[in-house]
Design a protein around this ligand. Structure first.
Ligand code: PMP
Length: 453
């Protein structure tokens, strides 16, 4: 399939050569690279992408899940244009109405959210949530789960994808950096936990409770491995008892597994929640929500100048949170328009049903060709895992046949189905029965090719 792909993407290759001259690896985010070179996209509309060679794809990457209405939904585009034309392209640099409106809606939808602060990305959202936890508890360490991603900074770039020979025992994983340049300080200050293993998690948390400010968790690992009900309930109870804050990272699950996120499905109130992606309707965004008592640490109200409090008087009772673009009006206009459409009629449920249709269809095709497979996910995201063994965490995933999946993905790219090889699938309102059938047909063709080989 690689040769087929190369034959179809000659302009991508040329552009990639130019890109490599001016950007390391030709990309602006490492994750956007794949072998032999990433396909350069030129246009997008609805459920479809078109690359620089003119090839069309049904898009299941959807900007890593950020687009839930598809590309360029008219209500989102109109909301942004209206905002810019009638209210100005300005970001004001002051508080404004849309910030308040979105915050009110998040408070209504998310059980653990009583107050909100905005950021420009999911990375900044978890960063702020973790700083709030340190400030509120006065404790210096955090715990995260093996295989969980919370953004691209030092404290959490640990044990997302560790080689198993370096990762320690399954019930007591060690912190392995996922990047060059991570100071050993962070390995010492971030404790790694085994996902969906309540007993081992409890042992570690109990032993470390004096040092731990918070546990940060993706309630659905990488958007497709849900925490079991008993694990989640157990983790909430345990953290409460031990005086450790529970942070839900719902950057990926926000408006995707349910409008109220995973916490509304589990019926759990985390202490803090990080949000992002769909929240900005395709524009850069993040937010932190949480209990008023904790969020209040960031409130300068009634206090003197924040810098004076923090720096001059050395009193650290106001948490510093800033950002020139936080709560950008055009971004929030896009986010609010997205939420409006999701709440209209049964639009959200329609996307969930489309997702389920696709999952069943793909499973049926691959099983017919005796390819061992399962789909895993929740709501409007899923992934295709090439094993029939149960998958509950990062280590289980290592049993899947990645080579087979990669081969399949390359064939699919040549057949007009786009996701980055090995990536999960996100669905949108723009994906109709037609796209689903096209995709199932492409799978059938790809499966035949795989078997011929
Ligand atoms: N947390 C989770 C669970 C994510 O999926 C992501 C993005 N993939 C992030 C945090 C970081 O968000 P961003 O890319 O907007 O910084």
């Amino acid at each position: 399939p690689l040769q087929l792909l190369k034959n179809r993407t000659k302009k991508s290759y040329q552009l990639f050569q130019e890109a490599q001259q001016v950007m390391p690896g030709g990309v602006t985010a490492n994750i956007k690279y794949f072998d032999p070179y990433p396909i350069m996209m030129a246009e997008a509309e609805g459920s479809r992408l078109k690359d620089v060679d003119g090839n069309e794809y049904v898009d299941y990457l959807l900007a890593y899940g950020a687009l839930i209405l598809g590309h360029g939904h008219h209500k989102v585009t109109n909301a942004v244009i209206r905002q810019m034309v009638t209210k100005g392209t300005t970001i004001f640099g002051t508080p404004h109405e849309l910030e308040v409106e979105m915050a009110k809606r998040l408070v209504k939808l998310y059980p653990g959210v009583e107050q909100v602060r905005y950021t420009n990305s999911g990375t900044e959202a978890t960063l702020l949530a973790i700083r709030l936890a340190h400030a509120y508890t006065g404790k210096s360490k955090i715990a995260k789960f093996e295989g969980h991603y919370h953004g691209g900074y030092d404290q959490v770039l640990l044990s997302i994808n560790p080689p198993l020979d370096q990762a320690g025992p399954a019930d007591a994983p060690v912190a392995v950096p996922d990047s060059a340049g991570i100071d050993v300080y962070y390995q010492e200050h971030t404790i790694i936990l085994p996902f969906n293993d309540l007993e081992a998690t409890a042992d570690i948390l109990k032993a470390r409770k004096e040092e731990l400010a918070a546990v940060v968790v993706e309630p659905v690992q990488a958007g497709f491995i849900p925490a079991t009900e008993s694990f989640m309930q157990g983790l909430r109870k345990l953290t409460e008892e031990l005086g450790i804050l529970l942070i839900f990272d719902e950057v990926k699950t926000c408006f995707r597994v349910a409008l109220g996120g995973a916490q509304s499905l589990y019926g759990i109130k985390p202490d803090l929640t990080a949000l992002g992606k769909v929240l900005g309707g395709g524009f850069p965004v993040g937010a932190v929500g949480g209990k008023k008592e904790i969020m209040d640490v960031a409130s300068p109200h009634g206090k003197k100048d924040v810098f004076e409090m923090n720096v001059k008087s050395k009193k650290k009772d106001v948490l510093f949170h800033s950002g020139t673009y936080n709560g950008h009006p055009s971004v929030l206009a896009a986010g609010l328009a997205t939420l409006d459409v999701l709440e209209e009629g049964d639009n959200f449920e329609t996307i969930v049903r489309t997702t389920e249709k696709l999952r069943r269809g793909l499973e049926n095709v691959l099983r017919y060709y005796q390819i061992p497979v399962q789909t895993l996910g929740l709501g409007t995201i899923f992934n295709l895992v090439m094993t029939t063994e149960p998958i509950t965490n990062y280590r289980d995933l290592q049993n899947a046949n990645l080579d087979l999946r990669r081969q399949l993905d390359y064939y699919l790219l040549t057949l007009g189905v786009y996701t980055k090889p090995l990536n999960r699938y996100s669905l949108s309102l723009a994906h109709s029965d037609r796209e689903i059938q096209e995709t199932i047909d492409a799978y059938e063709a790809a499966a035949k090719q795989l078997l011929v080989k």
